[in-house]
Structure formats: C-alpha cells, structure tokens
Design a protein around this ligand. Structure first.
Ligand code: A2P
Length: 333
C-alpha cells in the first residue's frame, strides 16, 4: 500500500501555494493530512483541498511537528527562517524560494534531469527558478545526445512569477491605460508593466547582470552537473499574466540536426513538441497556461553559430516552473 504523508504548504494563500494544493489533489498525492500555512495576516482564512475547507494557520515553531513533507513558497526570508525549523522537526522541505538553491548541501532538482540528487538531501531540497526549470528540461535530453557547450537564453516572463500583487497590478494598469489615463502605480515593478517590457528582474550587479540572469547561469550548471557550461542571456518581464516563453540558442560539441533534436524532444519526459511554423504551429503562453508540459517549437539551425540550434520554449511558470516541479519531487521522495 502507498505510504500516506502529512503535508504542510507554507505560502498556502499565494499563487504558487494554491497551485501546490491543487496539484496535490489532481495528482492524487497520498496526503493523510494537509496543513495550509501563511503569515498571521491570512490566519483563519480557508484553503480548499479535496472539496474540504481547511483553516489556514500562521506558521509557528510547532507547525511542522508530525509533518512529513513541507512545501514552501513564501519568499526567501520566510524560507531562511522556517526551513531549518521544519527540517529539525523531521520534515523534508521542498522550497520554491531562491534561499537554499546554491547551498552545496541542498539538492536543486528537476525530476526529468537530476532525480539522483534527491537522496542526498539533509532535510531541504530546492526547487529551481521557473525560467531555469523549463530551459534545462528542454536542454538536458539534447545535452545527453550531443554535449552542451554554450547556451544563450532570452526570457519573456509573465507577472505571475512576482506573485499575486503583480497580477492585480497588471490588470489594473491595463484597465487604466485602456481608459486613456496615465498609470501612476509602480509599486511592484520599477516602471509600468502594462503594454511595456522590463529588462529588469532582480537587482543588478556591478557588471550590469541581473539576479535572475545569474540564477539561470548558476542553477543550470548545478542541476545538469556542468560547472563549466557557458551560459548567458537576458531576462525580461512581459505584460502577460501567466506562462513564460524563452528564446534558447544552444551550441553543442557534436553535430545535432534540428530534425534529430525534434525526435529526441518528442520522446523526452515532460516535453511536448509543437513545431510546424508554416502552419503557424508553435508554443504560445495562451495555450501553455494551466498545463503541465514544457512546450518546444521553432527548432531550427542557428544562423550565426556552428553546431548550434535555436528554439522557443514555453511553460506555465506556476506549474512546471514551481508547484508541479515541487510535487514531482515529493512524489520521488
Ligand atoms: P499571506 O497571505 O499571509 O501574506 P504570493 O507570492 O502569491 O504573493 O504569495 C506569498 C505567500 O507567502 C502567501 O501565502 C503569503 O501569506 C506567504 N508569506 C509571505 N510572507 C510570509 C511570512 N513572513 N510568513 C509566512 N508566510 C508568508
């Protein structure tokens, strides 16, 4: 018989936390008890799991007693504070924040790529950055065949990755602009996001490289165990609600034709190839939102680099980019 597990979700009232609860239910994860946790602000509100209303509790020192799995999506500082508490209580934490990802004692896992890292955990497992997950899911099977040498990625990232407040902001700003009025609110982002593009995700370092760009470099190397892989890119916030797109160029050690890459990706776990551009068939966020797959299309020879391919990769950042990946890790535990 399948082992039943008690599961806490910290950040249960947020966009990713809600998706986690939904996915536990959809995938019939063997939950004996679900404990939704958030800050004192949301204590007493309700989360719905398997048709039942469960009261959200404020996270505390006692929250993780008798909890087997703790799914965290409540931001970096909350995670830094509570993940060690949960791990000391005997829970295994699967953390969606960036707090622990580069810690050498913490496995950083995409189940289709490096499931073998999971057993090395010491109580905390990190879920990678959303943009990194979908990129490495598509790149890994190609690497196995032809050896990655260099990767360049430009991202088109939806506002859902910033959280609930950003989704509300985009909606309100879009309505304001369509009424012909000026947008004044720039609380969430440094500039208006509606009808705009912001090449700015996280803080910039002295060289002008953003935190999100460094996450893609460092996390890709760690997940694929390729510490010397050359990675570059530009991460951009775009005014869509949910689901990220990425333009990915990859250079390989060995020759890899677009046809062979398509074949490999068609048989790869978790990937759906949608690639018939002359019939206007390629992945799009409006189709990828709410789905589980990483969609790949526009697979073609790169016109500027030897032994290189370019492709377009789309995936729901709240699902495969966050909640689904975390639940898949829990399934493997
Ligand atoms: P709360 O509703 O109590 O603020 P999102 O990224 O969609 O905005 O969601 C963030 C999630 O993280 C929410 O569930 C939020 O709960 C939770 N959260 C934020 N700060 C804390 C904190 N200090 N302690 C516990 N949960 C937190």
């Amino acid at each position: 018989m399948e082992k039943m597990r008690s599961v806490a979700v910290l950040g249960a009232t947020g966009l990713v936390g809600r998706e986690m609860i939904k996915i536990l239910e959809e995938r019939d994860y063997p939950v004996s008890r679900l404990l939704p946790l958030a800050s004192p602000r949301s204590a007493g509100t309700k989360a719905v799991f398997r048709g039942e209303e469960i009261t959200v509790e404020a996270v505390s020192e006692d929250s993780f007693k008798n909890i087997d799995i703790a799914l965290f999506s409540a931001g970096g500082s909350t995670s830094r504070k509570w993940a060690p508490v949960a791990a000391d209580s005997g829970s295994v934490v699967i953390d969606n924040s960036s707090a622990w990802r580069m810690d050498p004692d913490v496995p950083l896992v995409v189940p289709e790529v490096n499931p073998e890292d999971i057993p090395r955990h010491k109580g905390i497992i990190a879920n990678p950055n959303c943009s990194t997950i979908q990129a490495v899911a598509a790149l890994w099977p190609l690497h196995v065949e032809a050896g990655l040498r260099y990767v360049n990625i430009s991202t088109y990232q939806s506002v859902a990755g910033t959280g609930m407040k950003a989704v509300k902001t985009l909606k309100e700003q879009a309505e304001t602009v369509l009424r012909g009025e000026a947008v004044r609110d720039d609380e969430v982002y440094p500039h208006q996001i509606a009808f705009n593009l912001l090449p700015h995700i996280g803080a910039f370092d002295d060289e002008g490289i953003s935190e999100e760009e460094w996450k893609m470099v460092n996390e890709s190397r760690k997940i694929m165990h390729l510490p010397g892989l050359k990675v570059s890119g530009t991460t951009v916030r775009v005014p869509i609600f949910r689901c990220h797109g990425e333009s990915v160029t990859a250079q390989f050690e060995k020759d890899l034709s677009p046809e062979r890459a398509g074949e490999i990706l068609r048989s790869a776990q978790g990937i759906t190839v949608e690639d018939d551009p002359r019939k206007a068939i390629y992945p799009m966020p409006i189709n990828g939102a709410g789905k589980d797959a990483v969609y790949v299309g526009r697979i073609r020879r790169d016109t500027g680099l030897d032994n290189a391919l370019s492709m377009w990769v789309v995936s729901d950042n709240l699902r495969k980019g966050a909640a689904l990946n975390a639940v898949q890790i829990a399934e493997l535990l």
